[in-house]
Design a protein around this ligand. Sequence first.
Ligand code: C2E
Ligand code: CA
Ligand code: CA
Ligand code: CA
Length: 278
Amino acid sequence: AKSLGRNTYRFFTEELTIQARCRLDLENSIRKALKDNEFVLHYQPVIDAHTQRVVGAEALVRWHQNKQNLLGPDRFIPVAEECGLIIPLGRWVLRQACQQMRHWLDMGIHLEFMAVNLSGVQFNLGSVEQEVFEALQRSGLPPSFLDLELTESIIMNYGSQSLSVMNKLKEQGVSLSIDDFGTGYSSLAHLKNFPVDRLKIDKRFVQSLEEQTKDMAIVTTIINMAHNLGMKVVAEGVETQAQQALLKQLECEFFQGFYFSRALDEDAFADWYAAHSS
Ligand code: C2E
Ligand code: CA
Ligand code: CA
Ligand code: CA
């Protein structure tokens, strides 16, 4: 038992060292990727439930590593958050998304909003109001075209401080959304205090809508509550016609999901828009 204990211990420390080294490598490559401009934004169309037209886009970051493989955000955002690199990365995302939206409006791609994900770290450490202000200034994008997505945990973790940041952002004229709603632990009662325009129902609920009657009840409740609080509802992860039909019946205003389109690069988005807007 004794030797097993020692081996286990050694294995454990080696594992930790390897993990730490990987993290450090990843941290250094993220830093380098920022310098080398290896990050790109893809844009997922957001559809108006009534007109079935694209009305917005969500910017989703990818890492075009060594001009070869495309890495999804789940592979690098958590480390970028841990080591603080999410601040410069998030700044780049904000500026890039605003610039892209300005460009699309100039090209006649008439979207109502560009949604950008904010990390809790940006929200807490950075002066997010200043970052947003600068991104808008540099791009010349009117604030009403920018939508910022915050998760429930951001909102709940920072309490009254987040309320004051949210109010400052709203004063600039941007809109705010709550992302992944239903996965966090925010109480419904808290929601009424926050100046939020849209609520995004997490795809987990959307995707079990057809089989799970309990999820149907949850989604119905969320939509009704959001409407009563004056918010609009976006369903994310819509993959089937049946899900779309159910959500429309529940008076959900916007859809987003693979049933309509995946996130597309700049050019593919413009093509998709051209094919779906006439
Ligand atoms: P999210 O904000 O909830 O974004 C939606 C994710 O669901 C995206 O994954 C999108 O590609 C995926 N998705 C969209 N429609 C469907 C569908 O119908 N079915 C399924 N199964 N998935 C769908 P992605 O691009 O891998 O992003 C993952 C997460 O990474 C995002 O989740 C967001 O939390 C984070 N993220 C992405 N870009 C940024 C960013 O610029 N900043 C920060 N802080 N986080 C980001
Ligand atoms: Ca999001
Ligand atoms: Ca989401
Ligand atoms: Ca998510």
